[in-house]
Design a protein around this ligand. Structure first.
Ligand SMILES: [Zn+2]
Length: 58
């Protein structure tokens, strides 16, 4: 599989198919520590969770 860098097009939200021109995130704190959840700014469905800011599914 080839990996191609595409900076000129915007990814689509898998839930509402809106262009993800921006990605929203929220910092959560709980017994597990600190987590960042990333979600679509249009439908607000969660796209991923990370324990580090700016790091997908990490
Ligand atoms: Zn969406």
């Amino acid at each position: 599989m080839e990996l191609k860098n595409k900076e000129d097009i915007k990814p689509l939200c898998p839930h509402c198919s809106t262009l993800l021109s921006e990605l929203w995130f929220q910092k959560l704190k709980g017994f597990w520590g600190q987590r960042y959840i990333y979600f679509c700014g249009s439908c607000r469905k969660v796209l991923g969770v990370s324990h580090r800011k700016g790091f997908w599914m990490g």
